[in-house]
Design a protein around this ligand. Structure first.
Ligand SMILES: NC(=O)C1=CN([C@@H]2O[C@H](COP(=O)(O)OP(=O)(O)OC[C@H]3O[C@@H](n4cnc5c(N)ncnc54)[C@H](O)[C@@H]3O)[C@@H](O)[C@H]2O)[C@H](O)CC1
Ligand SMILES: [K+]
Length: 455
């Protein structure tokens, strides 16, 4: 069971293509199913502490994995029962079924067991599930003390994370061969429990992957505040938000933070000046952060300030109100990161087509900027076609100012010399890790300060 950091994410069709490429014959394909089933059986043995497992097998190849797992557990003397709602419909699954020589109980009236294994449906789910399937699945899951999903919880839509039929909440989901979008996109992601990847020997390259722990530049003997990176934060109507972004940039490792347009206050390491374009360009900033607290009302002041920043060649992070003022995404001069939440994204790019990953990718291509499409399932997309999906960090991030902190962290990573995609990934990773370390009910101020420990 492999941790998911940095692992590729494939849609159902991409997974099928990868499996067909890896297994061109029925026998080779069946070998994949044997590997999948063996991986499931090993996970059951390791997690169940010997308790009886009940495996629910569907009509397709997800069910086939279940039949293989049940047979292997039985051969190893692990207490296992199997229930199904119908006979297998695929050749592979029939072949797996033939290997099971125990009874096949009826799903509708099977008795519960301490460990429930859901091998009903995986990437082949085509529509919402009948009551005749969801009711026993929930009944048996509720009665179990450990719930494992094979590849996906039955009822979620593989490619976009929608939930046509609400599944039980699982303790562990075993992704087979590669992650799928539903493993990380909401609302499906909340039903997964611990996500683990099982290698079934299928090479699965993809331009979409899960967030990875970044390697960050460390200062050395020749470092000084400017090599560490100068971040300039442009304030506006609500200076508190800009202060948060500036504090975050400093704690994320920027060597010098210049806050334009705010009064002097702690921390004193942040240099404060009245706003002027000259002050912005006294020293070439490694990144300019504008948007936190910029202001929405008095457009006659803030739009010219934004336009003058966008007219410079400097790398820029646009957040919050700056995104509201953008007429429509236009070609940006320097490396650019936009950090919209859902409302700002819809305002900028419209509802678009497909999953959150598809929409972020299309917006990045269209705008030429790297997009951090925030949420409990943040998706980062580059204009060059790469996408990175972050698992949920902490529901406690739902508090005022955490977006300002992320914008500041993005600025620090850009100023440290990372390209926009790497800078956004590092900032999202730091932001999430700081939130997890803080536990419950933290303030955005604590989050900004907590970035140092995560460095
Ligand atoms: N080479 C492979 O395909 C491997 C697949 N693996 C596992 O197989 C599933 C994907 O298998 P597939 O047969 O394509 O789909 P499912 O088993 O998920 O289900 C399809 C099956 O169910 C019927 N169906 C679809 N939706 C519904 C519904 N709402 N109600 C009732 N029935 C439905 C459909 O008609 C099909 O018969 C993948 O997730 C892996 O678990 C192996 O891991 C490796 C080899
Ligand atoms: K399943």
């Amino acid at each position: 069971m492999i941790p998911i950091h940095g692992q590729p994410i494939l849609t159902a069709a991409q997974m099928r293509a990868a499996e067909e490429a890896a297994a061109p014959t029925p026998d080779a394909m069946y070998a994949l199913m044997e590997r999948a089933g063996a991986g499931v059986a090993e996970a059951v043995r390791r997690l169940s502490a010997g308790a009886e497992a009940l495996i629910l097998c569907g009509p397709g190849n997800n069910g086939g994995d279940g039949y293989v797992a049940a047979r292997i557990l039985r051969e190893q003397g692990h207490p296992v029962r199997l229930a199904a709602a119908s006979e297998p419909k695929s050749d592979l699954a029939r072949r797996a079924r033939a290997g099971w020589d125990g009874p096949v109980e009826r799903l509708a009236d099977a008795d519960p067991a301490p460990v429930l294994v859901d091998a009903l449906f995986g990437t082949g789910l085509a529509r919402s599930l009948d009551e005749g399937l969801t009711a026993p699945l929930h009944r048996l899951a509720d009665a179990a003390r450990l719930r494992l999903a094979v590849d996906l919880p039955s009822g979620v839509a593989t490619d976009d994370g929608a939930v046509p039929s609400e599944p039980p909440r699982f303790d562990v989901t075993l992704a087979l061969g590669a992650l799928k979008p539903a493993h990380l996109l909401q609302p499906a992601a909340r039903y997964m429990g611990e996500l683990r990847l099982l290698d079934i020997g299928v090479p699965a390259p993809s331009r979409t992957r899960a967030l990875a722990r970044p390697t960050l530049p460390e200062p050395g003997p020749d470092s000084h505040k400017f090599t560490r990176g100068l971040v300039c934060v442009v304030s506006g109507e609500m200076p508190g938000a800009a202060e948060l972004a500036a504090t975050a940039a400093a704690h994320a490792g920027a060597g010098y933070v210049l806050l334009l347009g705010a009064e002097a206050s702690a921390p004193h390491a942040i240099v404060r000046r009245p706003w002027s374009l000259e002050a912005l360009s006294v020293r070439k900033p490694g990144a300019v952060v504008i948007g936190p607290g910029l202001g929405r009302e008095d457009k006659s002041i803030w739009i010219p300030r934004l336009s003058s920043v966008l007219a410079t060649p400097y790398p820029v992070v646009l957040d919050g109100d700056a995104l509201r003022h953008l007429s429509n995404p236009h070609s940006f001069r320097g490396p650019t990161i936009l950090t919209p939440h859902a409302g700002e994204f819809d305002h900028l790019f419209g509802l678009g087509q497909g999953s959150k990953i598809d929409r972020a990718r299309a917006a990045a291509e269209r705008s030429g900027a790297t997009i951090v499409f925030k949420g409990a399932d943040t998706v980062i997309a580059s204009p060059h076609g790469d996408a990175i999906v972050a698992p949920e960090a902490s529901a406690w991030l739902s508090t005022a100012g955490t977006g300002d902190v992320l914008a500041g962290a993005c600025g620090a990573m850009l100023a440290a010399g990372l390209d926009p995609l790497a800078a956004a990934e590092a900032a999202v990773w730091l932001h999430g890790r700081a939130a997890r370390r803080l536990g419950p009910a933290f303030l955005a101020d604590d989050l900004a300060e907590g970035l140092s420990a995560c460095r």
